[in-house]
Design a protein around this ligand. Structure first.
Ligand code: PLP
Length: 390
């Protein structure tokens, strides 16, 4: 019998991948499945980005790159941060990563160990809690409430800080709720952190470009007094429909960037070179496709929220960002997991139980609306039919 370390038993998972595997299996068996489970754009990566990667391959960019990413890409990211966040960031503080996710792992590895505490959003992206537990740190949930539009309350978060707290993870716009944190609340958190100089922040801003109704993104990088303890994660996966390319980045404080680079050297050496050239084309090329995708998501958002609110037992607030709706399903009398499983097996609709995003997710399910309006309408019709027949 292999003798694994105890930490392996504490590592969680992301149920969206399990539901995806089950949905694919059912589809292979001939079942008609509508997948509103997985969180990825249903669009193709724009052509000019694909072309840039192919050109890079033909031009002989086959080798290792610097572990923190090629200089041109880090400069392009710095310009992009100036454009969208109005912050001046030294390209040497940027580390290019194979997706957004590995930055979470690195950040939590840097701060998590037995005896430390890490605060994370609940319901929230499941990998936060999973990797916190893996390190042996104590996961301290930051509860997000429907009444607040699933924003955090800065006072509540500040109240969770203890001398053992090392890191606070925030995520706006958020997965799985689509919630966004208003600027005033961010300001309050940033000001409150002055009292807690031992606490760093990982700000997961992967959905920063996916905001609706003229909302503006507030980045944690805007708070200059916190620059020496904010890690800002973003990437290409969602904005440019590049989930499978595996390309992301983080801005690290000066004192941490060396540690992040060393972790990269130990882990993956560098992101594959053609993908990094594709990343430059994405940032520097035309943005029309990114805006067109966002418009399509906005239209689908209106459709799904309206449809969900017509399902008996459901109640859905309007998400301000990302591409998820997170309806309250308490009125159905079903648990989130039972609804997830039965909808997939009996109605052919893949969604994710709120409890996959933490204990606070009970009573909710996540619908990803990265699918056509036609499929969304049909999926909700099936939900109504399924509940009606119970
Ligand atoms: N952060 C959040 C909140 C996400 O929802 C996701 C993906 O679903 C990621 C990060 C990971 O992005 P990537 O696919 O680039 O690793």
């Amino acid at each position: 019998m292999p003798q694994l370390v105890d930490a392996m038993a504490r590592l969680g998972t992301e149920s969206a991948f399990e539901v995806l595997a089950r949905a694919n299996k059912l589809a292979q068996e001939g079942k008609d499945i509508i997948n509103l489970g997985i969180g990825q754009p249903d669009f193709k990566t724009p052509d000019h980005i694909v072309e840039a990667a192919m050109r890079a391959m033909r031009d002989g960019h086959h080798g290792y790159t610097p572990a923190n990413g090629i200089q041109l890409l880090r400069e392009a990211v710095s310009v992009d941060i100036l454009k969208h966040r109005d912050c001046v960031i030294d390209p040497d503080h940027i580390v290019i990563m194979p997706g957004g996710k590995p930055t979470m792992f690195f950040a939590v590895l840097m701060f998590g160990q037995p005896g430390t505490e890490i605060i994370y959003p609940n319901p929230g992206f499941p990998i936060y809690e999973s990797v916190i537990k893996f390190t042996g740190a104590k996961p301290v949930p930051m509860p997000l409430h429907e009444e607040n539009g699933f924003s955090f309350s800065a006072d509540e978060v500040l109240g969770l800080i203890t001398p053992k707290t090392r890191l606070i993870i925030i995520n706006s716009p958020a997965n799985p709720t689509g919630g966004t944190v208003p600027k005033e609340e961010m300001d309050k958190l940033a000001a409150g952190l002055d009292e807690h100089p031992h606490v760093c922040v990982l700000s997961d801003e992967i959905y920063s470009r996916m905001l609706y109704d003229d909302r503006e993104h507030t980045s944690m990088l805007e708070y200059e007094h916190l620059r020496d303890r904010v890690i800002m994660l973003d990437g290409w996966s969602k904005t440019y429909a590049m989930t499978g390319w595996r390309l992301g980045y983080a801005v690290w404080p000066e004192d941490l960037v060396e540690h992040a680079t060393r972790l990269a050297i130990n882990c993956h050496s560098c992101v594959n070179a053609p993908t990094q050239y594709a990343g430059i084309a994405a940032l520097q090329g035309p943005q029309d496709d990114a805006y067109a995708m966002l418009e399509a998501f906005d239209e689908r958002r209106r459709v799904i929220v309206s449809e969900l609110n017509q399902v008996e037992g459901f109640r859905c607030i309007e998400p301000g960002g990302a591409f998820y709706a997170f309806p309250n399903i308490e009125g159905t009398g079903m648990s989130a997991k039972a609804l997830q499983d039965q909808l997939l097996e009996e109605a052919g609709v893949a969604i994710i139980a709120g409890t996959s995003f933490g204990a606070q997710g009970e009573g909710y399910v996540r619908f990803s609306y990265a699918n056509s309006t036609e499929n969304i309408r049909e999926a909700i019709r099936r939900v109504r039919e399924f509940l009606g027949n119970r």
